[in-house]
Write a protein that binds this ligand. Structure first.
Ligand code: ING
Length: 270
């Protein structure tokens, strides 16, 4: 029997520094409703989906950045999303900045099933950018300063009728990410990304190369591991820094079967 699942890529438009989490969660919840109305079983949100992409800002004292992190999940700000998802019977992927009770900082995603139970957690392994302020760069990309490399590997989970895997943003650029999950029989890989349209070290590089590399990594990962891949952007202009969109759903033949058309909050279903 064919195991069909309707998946929604829920792309986020820009999140500004001063936008409260409650406002962001209301946006995510509205997209979840839209996806559920379109018959989706599973909604994929983006990387660091609750806040602006704060690793673009330098802080001498890293503790100053702790306000961008979540100490527990769900929490007061995100519980409405978990509750609405369970009401609608929809599972979801959510990317956020995790601060553990032991004081460790990770760029994290979770997989929540249709009953609102967190069935999986992933922590970003490939952290791009740099750890110290780099005046040579057009803008900073300080993931190496604010996050530890993920310590959970690339697991897969049997849930919602399939074998599901997760990764985050820069992970998609490294073949081992998809391959390790492929060797475990993954059937659907979900990932969020916040990718600047400008290369901070090569400002002259055309955006077309960046979006080409995005499609290339998602399509190759899908085809070479016979898996669906759902890539979901945070898009648009955050504090003067542009992030490209093109959130998409790719089938195991490596074909893009659906793609976002805007740089705003947008739900694409397949
Ligand atoms: N962003 C970018 C990404 O990997 C980047 C950083 C862009 C690295 C382009 C190399 C080239 O898509 C995040 N958040 O990893």
């Amino acid at each position: 029997m064919s195991r069909q699942i309707r998946v929604a890529a829920a792309q986020s438009g820009p999140i500004q520094k001063d936008e409260p989490r409650q406002s962001v969660v209301a946006r995510l919840t509205a997209m979840l409703d839209q996806a559920a109305d379109a018959g989706a079983d599973l909604v994929v949100f983006t990387e660091l989906a609750l806040t602006t992409f704060f690793p673009r800002y330098y802080a001498e004292d890293r503790a100053e950045m702790d306000d961008w992190f979540e100490r527990e999940m769900p929490n007061a700000a995100t519980r409405p999303l978990f509750e609405r998802a369970a009401e609608r019977g929809v599972g979801f992927y959510l990317g956020y900045a995790e601060l553990t009770p032991e004081g460790q900082h990770f760029n994290t995603s979770i997989l929540v099933d249709k009953q609102g139970t967190t069935v999986g957690k992933y922590r970003k392994v490939h952290l791009p950018g740099h750890a110290e302020h780099d005046p040579e760069r057009a803008f900073q990309h300080l993931e190496k300063r604010y996050f530890l490399p993920g310590d959970l590997g690339f697991p897969v989970w049997r849930t919602m009728g399939g074998v599901m895997g997760m990764c985050i943003c820069n992970d998609r650029r490294w073949p081992e990410t998809f391959r390790v999950m492929g060797l475990q029989g993954v059937e659907l890989v979900m990932l969020g990304y916040n990718t600047p349209s400008v290369n901070s070290q090569k400002p002259g590089e055309a955006i077309e190369k960046r979006t080409f590399h995005n499609r290339l990594t998602l399509q190759a990962g899908a085809y070479q591991n016979a898996t669906f891949v759902v890539g979901v952007a945070k898009a648009g202009d955050e504090d003067g820094h542009h992030l490209f969109g093109e959130s998409c759903i790719v089938n195991p033949d490596g074909e893009i079967v659906a793609m976002a058309e805007t740089e705003a909050d947008e739900v694409v279903v397949a």
